[in-house]
Design a protein around this ligand. Sequence first.
Ligand SMILES: NC(=O)c1ccc[n+]([C@@H]2O[C@H](COP(=O)([O-])OP(=O)(O)OC[C@H]3O[C@@H](n4cnc5c(N)ncnc54)[C@H](O)[C@@H]3O)[C@@H](O)[C@H]2O)c1
Length: 250
Amino acid sequence: MKKFEGKVVLVTGAGHGIGKQIATQFAQQGANTVIVDYNTETGEKTAEEITTKYTKSLFVQADVSSPEAMMNVRQKVFEEFGRIDTLVLNAGVAFKNKVNNITFEEWNKTLSINLNGLFTTVKAFYNDFLTNQGSIVYISSGSALSGTGGGVSYPASKAGGEGLMRGLAKELGPKGVNVNAIAPRLIDTGEMMRVNYPTQEALDAVLEKIPVRRFGTVNDVANLAVFLADPDNSYIQGQTILLDGGRTIA
Ligand SMILES: NC(=O)c1ccc[n+]([C@@H]2O[C@H](COP(=O)([O-])OP(=O)(O)OC[C@H]3O[C@@H](n4cnc5c(N)ncnc54)[C@H](O)[C@@H]3O)[C@@H](O)[C@H]2O)c1
């Protein structure tokens, strides 16, 4: 029997990139998955691909920053599957402006998706976790620690998310719920890498800073997400695991 057979795993921002791979790997381990994304085209495509290859996958269009939308997601999940076991809080956006040129609008947008979006998701499913145990995995960023990678609003939102994660770990731990975070640094999700590092020289300069001399992959993040959600690893609680090929210690 596969590890997550009979379980239901919801991944926000699963239409693309890291979230898509996380949902795929849970499906490979037997879970039914819920793909939440505000992009209908990519979200539907991901759910179709997973359903065709592995297990039933439900797409629900939603903006994680909307409490109403996330309550609707909860309703759809229970109509389709009747349970929830794991939440992967992955949806996120990054703006790169520094304090001198960031607008309040951009600041608020980052926090409303990257921080409020975690709270709306957890709040929608909170009562279910009181009775069904399970796990919550938050995809943070090395930026929460290093302050790099995206101006000021991005690291602020990710550090806030880690505070929420630790508070939740204390609150839900006694109910049998595991709550942890993954803090990746540079993960190659395709086109964005080429935009941020357009030349081979630019890519080589970053690689020089990473002791394992390769970029992180969506598989690296998904492997760890599945590991942290596995009840066999339930003594890990309230932790942020830095996933950076050694870059930060270097
Ligand atoms: N790629 C990296 O190098 C890296 C490094 C550290 C942390 N992260 C974090 O990993 C997570 C995923 O990043 P990615 O690189 O795969 O991003 P991505 O842009 O490839 O995918 C993000 C997905 O989230 C969706 N999304 C964005 N805002 C949403 C909202 N308000 N509601 C619902 N869906 C929304 C997008 O439509 C997209 O499908 C993010 O939280 C990001 O901060 C990424």
